[in-house]
Ligand binder design. Sequence first.
Ligand code: GLN
Length: 487
Amino acid sequence: MTTRTAAGISDAVRSGELSAAEVLEEHLGEIERREPEIHAFNTVTVETAREAARGIDAAVAAGEDPGPLAGVPVALKDNLCTRGVETTCSSRILTGWKPPYDATVVTRLVDSGAVPVGKTNMDEFAMGSSTENSANGPTLNPHDTSRVPGGSSGGSAAAVAAGFAPLALGSDTGGSIRQPAALCGVVGVKPTYGLVSRLGLIAFASSLDQVGPFARDVRDAALLLETIAGHDPGDSTSLTDPVPELTGSLHRGVEGMRVGLVTEMMGEGISADVAARTRAAAEALADAGASVGEVSVPAVSYGLTAYYLVAPAEASSNLARYDGVRYGLRVEASTTAEMMEATRTAGFGDEVKRRIMLGTYALSAGYFDAFYGKALKVRTLIREDFAKAYERFDVLLSPTSPTTAFGLGELTADPLAMYFNDVCTIPTNLAGHPAMSVPFGTGADGLPVGVQVLAPALGEAEMFRCAKVLEDAAAGLSDPTAAGAAK
Ligand code: GLN
């Protein structure tokens, strides 16, 4: 497996020590070897990637600087629009659809010298926690192919874990970057809402969706976030604040930083091995000079309930556009109404239909106040409780996911058990805050455990410093890639 970092690749390509073409072929070789078993991609764009790599090498030869991600292969979740390249959200309804433009994040990557290698598999329209809701079949966890990679950005997480690309982008509405990162043993970041442009990200729940990085280490994740972050006039919710300095402050450590372990995220439903690793992470931060305490954020206990009203409500509205007229699939019928019904019946999978029905119900006249309106009030309470916690602490700590990677098919019959995977990640999205998952050793089954670092809005610099210290401490633990190491 190729283990080059993005930072290392970019340095070597810019100095002429390594060509972008060589780097790409190494990764394509890895994809050829293991992709048939893992199924991380919906599409691998071999030819356009080769062309891009040649362009980078030509620029270097001409004495130009292709940018901070020169020659770095990157995998893109299949809900990010790529001009002329099929973008499906792993849904039958969008099969064959080729967007006429690139998402802003894709443009920024390409402008920084990165080489997109393909579109990754996901739960249909990003609804799920295992990538089993894909119309194209599941992605398997590279650490153990009888297990799921998490979701919904499971293809992106698996691509990075398997060495198909050192970097990938995903989207996180309720945990879809952090949970698969945890289950695949890689770093995953959900930025502050508005820090990264959503232009060209196919909408699931617009008030929660954020694009963010996957990488094998914290520095690469910081480099990728710095590349994609920053104001975009094309997204009305894009922030105008300066992008926090990340790579430049990683070395600063956590001396004097106040870290709060969230009580509500350490209790019921969190498996003992994951809770133990999280406590060990808190101790590692204390050893590095942080002052660590416990903090209660009471309203987060209602996060899951509020999310499963707010997210489906927004989804039911966002997905109304797939009507057989404007995008992708059309199933012909004798009237327009019948055509739309037949198209949506054939085009959407069961989980997407469930969300549309839940959302339509929560927004319907007579139920609006009792469901959607109440959920918005809970959302405000969650924000207020986090604000109180951040008066006493700079960052918070919790497990990312309640368990290590579960078996394929293990939770598919029980939607509520599947939803529970995001119990620790969802509150962040409701608050609009950043959070990231860092690998921290293994569970009792030898599979990776991720620890979550949470921060207030635009607190990414402190969050990354904390993550860096955890990464360094994790290097002293048993190898998370060695299955069975912690048995
Ligand atoms: N698993 C959650 C859901 O199914 C979160 C998904 C996401 O973040 N896109 O809604």
